[in-house]
Design a protein around this ligand. Structure first.
Ligand SMILES: C[S@@+](CC[C@H](N)C(=O)[O-])C[C@H]1O[C@@H](n2cnc3c(N)ncnc32)[C@H](O)[C@@H]1O
Length: 233
């Protein structure tokens, strides 16, 4: 796949645990790929500004927070949900970094660590936090809530774009007894999407999507991962 939107930049300011809060056992979603999926979804979206972005398996909110920082011109609101309540508190802390008040609080926290431990890694983290603060141009609203994405999701608004890195592997597997989980997930999402909602699903390359209620707009493979972009039929 040739990248159209994800620039070949150094994204170390976004390293989990540096400024953004880390969740143990959770790997960082590649920032360049996240940006590429968002850019392609936006290309298919009829709406280009004030986007409501939703992740139904948001974990610690890493993916959503990174996209918030990098897409200040187009994202208006971010919504995340997950089955794991503990992760949602990390997601809230991460998404709060998108506001001046939130990032200032984090900078003060890092300054405290510098004062206590005089570690070079904390000094670098402060520089990253200041660079992230400089990316903030707008006040992106956010909301996180608990939901099992395979049962029922109660959303009051129709998201413009849904991007989800669906569970795979041993560390972050589906919490479910359902057999065809991806099709079940798409059935749940069907109820919360409008006919214009664009869905970008990232998954293990072996995962198959068979749900007939959606049209596939694109499918791309990158190493062990693939992503598909879908919309309602
Ligand atoms: C690959 S991780 C997502 C990481 C996230 N994108 C981030 O940036 O931190 C998958 C997530 O799916 C969640 N999950 C597993 N089963 C779920 C379910 N039935 N409904 C909603 N979320 C679920 C896990 O708790 C985990 O946080």
């Amino acid at each position: 796949m040739e990248y159209k939107y994800g620039r070949n930049d150094n994204y170390e300011d976004f390293s989990s645990g540096r400024v953004l809060y880390h969740v143990r056992g959770m790997t960082n979603f590649p920032v360049r790929l996240a940006q590429e999926i968002y850019g392609r979804c936006l290309e298919y979206s009829s709406k280009k500004k004030d986007i409501c972005l939703y992740d139904c398996c948001c974990g610690g909110g890493y993916l959503l927070t990174v996209l918030g920082f990098l897409n200040q011109d187009t994202i208006g609101k971010i919504i995340g949900s997950d089955i794991d309540i503990e992760l949602l508190s990390v997601a809230k802390k991460n998404l709060s970094l998108l506001s001046e008040a939130g990032i200032n609080k984090r900078i003060a926290e890092i300054e405290q660590m510098i004062a206590s431990f005089q570690k070079q890694s904390h000094i670098e983290a402060k520089k990253s936090a200041v660079r992230l603060k400089n990316l903030i141009k707008t006040n992106i609203q956010f909301e996180v809530f608990h939901a099992d994405a395979l049962k029922e999701i109660k959303l009051n608004e129709k998201p413009d774009i849904i991007i989800t890195d669906i569970p795979y592997g041993n560390l972050v597997d589906w919490k479910s007894d359902e057999e065809n989980v991806i099709d079940k997930l798409l059935d749940t999402l069907y109820g919360i999407c409008s006919s214009d909602t664009i869905i970008g699903l990232c998954m293990n390359k072996k995962t198959k999507i068979r749900n007939k209620k959606y049209i596939r707009l694109e499918r791309q493979q990158i190493g062990k991962r693939k992503f598909e972009i879908l919309k309602k039929r």
